[in-house]
Write a protein that binds this ligand. Structure first.
Ligand code: NAP
Ligand code: HSE
Length: 437
């Protein structure tokens, strides 16, 4: 049987879109061979914002468009690949493609976490799949793992590092001695960051991915407004220095976990992880997701979490799956809710130990004042320290750090609010969780 040529409507020719074109060019014959000679792809249409821009990959001028309708409506387009990002035009493109019965491949976690319920309903209605392996952890095949390989497991937890940009920045600040801004600029230069890098550093990119994983594992739509999200903007060199001294590393951690009563915990925040834990050695753009299933036990998935080639690898895998579905196995894939609703554990009820940094006015009795409020709340202290700045040992304002025993986040928040009202405390305390993974 000869290969069927399938036309791709490629929306977006930036970092990932260009990577897809290059991978398809490089491995065209391999892909045809691996699909028993049945599949050959051709880029039929390309959507960009600025048709006059110089591109790293060559595309026939006649195939370029700035109107997404031309791409979706083109009869030569059999599969729509959405790689423009965002939740507005991207939504319109994906919705129109599904209505037209054209399978969709996307790497857009923001779109699926924010508007996935509507899109997967359309997918079901029109019996047309959405493939989204590239949306979580770049080149790591974690979506198929959860959807397929763990389908017979009750998933107890999925914890991990799922934002390459933040992980890259933290490592460059820790071992390269770079400041935050320079490290972020490097991550952007390398093609790791989102078009709006605020999503990387404020934790929301990781949160979108955590929501997708939780949704797949627990079968109900998760409201992003109920997810606790903090990013790495608040991490300062002093926190990294303290973590190192105490035997930890600072990582932006996503935690998804099912509690015995069925409540699902889903949160993202910079955390202290014991330096002996395997996640502590996940550095640079690498991601890792530890999945704990009741049958499989603990598995760790590790690889490049962002960047042109790793992400293109996941997109191309989805293209082949979409092609296979077009050749006879069409149907709905993705988020198939199997219960109306579930209980998302309020972040106030989550429990860990903590590291808290206070900016205080240095005077006798400050430690005692803070310790008294903590003791009144029943929160135990396992350590405290106030480093002297060697460059200005007599300065009035100092950082004071406390390590606190495990308590609920709600109790911690109430207690920190009381501490913030003390005269000696100058700004809101900065909290890191000390995770026992
Ligand atoms: P990017 O480099 O900023 O590229 C975006 C592309 O989309 C550009 O070609 C741009 O056109 C086009 N575009 C943007 N808005 C448009 C609009 N409204 N109409 C028409 N074209 C538009 O982004 P990227 O890094 O490739 O990321 C694309 C998607 O993949 C995002 O959803 C991102 O979250 C996801 N993703 C990225 C990575 C990564 O490592 N970068 C990894 C996994 C997933 P112009 O070129 O004319 O400006
Ligand atoms: N900006 C994202 C990251 C891209 O740094 O992880 C991969 O989703």
């Amino acid at each position: 049987m000869s290969a069927t040529t399938l036309g791709l409507g490629l929306a977006g020719l930036g970092t990932v879109g260009s990577g897809v074109v290059l991978t398809l060019q490089r491995n065209a014959q391999l892909i045809t061979d691996r699909t028993s000679g049945l599949v050959r792809f051709e880029v039929a249409r390309v959507l960009v914002r600025d048709a006059a821009k110089q591109r790293a990959v060559a595309v026939d001028e006649g195939k370029l468009t700035t109107d997404w309708r031309e791409l979706v409506d083109d009869p030569a387009v059999h599969i729509v690949v959405e790689l423009i990002g965002g939740t507005d035009s991207a939504f319109d493109i994906v919705a129109a493609a599904l209505k037209a019965g054209k399978p969709v491949v996307t790497g857009n976690k923001a779109l699926l976490a924010e508007r996935g319920t509507e899109l997967f309903a359309l997918s079901r209605e029109h019996r047309t799949p959405i493939h989204f392996e590239a949306a979580v952890a770049g080149g790591i095949p974690i979506i198929k793992t959860v959807q397929e390989s763990f389908v017979g497991n009750r998933i107890h937890s999925m914890s991990g590092i799922i934002n390459g940009t933040s992980n890259y920045i933290l490592e460059r600040m820790t071992t390269g001695g770079l400041d935050f801004t320079t490290a972020l600029a490097e991550a952007q230069q390398l093609g790791y960051a989102e078009a709006d890098p605020a999503l990387d550093v404020n934790g929301w990119d990781a949160a979108h991915k955590a929501i997708l994983l939780a949704t797949l594992a627990y079968g109900f739509a998760i409201d992003p407004a109920k997810v606790h999200v903090a990013g790495i903007e608040q991490v300062r060199p002093i926190d990294i220095e303290f973590a190192t001294r105490l035997g930890y590393v600072v990582k932006l951690l996503a935690v998804v976990r099912e509690h015995p009563d069925g409540a699902v915990e889903c949160r993202v925040q910079p955390s202290f992880i014991a330096k002996t834990h395997i996640l502590a050695s996940v550095n640079g753009v690498f991601n890792a997701v530890a999945v704990h299933g009741d049958s499989a036990g603990e598995s760790l998935f590790y690889g490049r979490g962002a960047g042109q080639d790793p992400t293109a690898s996941s997109v191309v895998a989805d293209l082949v799956e979409a092609a296979r579905s077009l050749q006879g196995q069409a149907g709905h894939r993705g988020f198939l809710p199997y219960r109306e609703e579930g209980r998302l554990l309020p972040v106030e009820e989550t429990r860990t130990a903590y590291y808290v940094r206070f900016d205080v006015t240095d005077r006798p009795g400050v430690i005692a004042e803070i310790a008294t409020v903590l003791a009144d709340a029943g929160i135990g202290i396992s350590g405290t320290h106030s480093p002297v700045n060697p460059e200005s040992p007599d300065e009035d304002f100092v950082d004071m750090v406390f390590q606190l025993h495990s308590c609920s986040f709600g109790l911690l928040q109430e207690t920190l609010a009381a501490i913030e009202r003390l005269d000696c405390v100058n700004s809101s305390p900065v909290v890191f969780r000390i995770e026992q993974l």
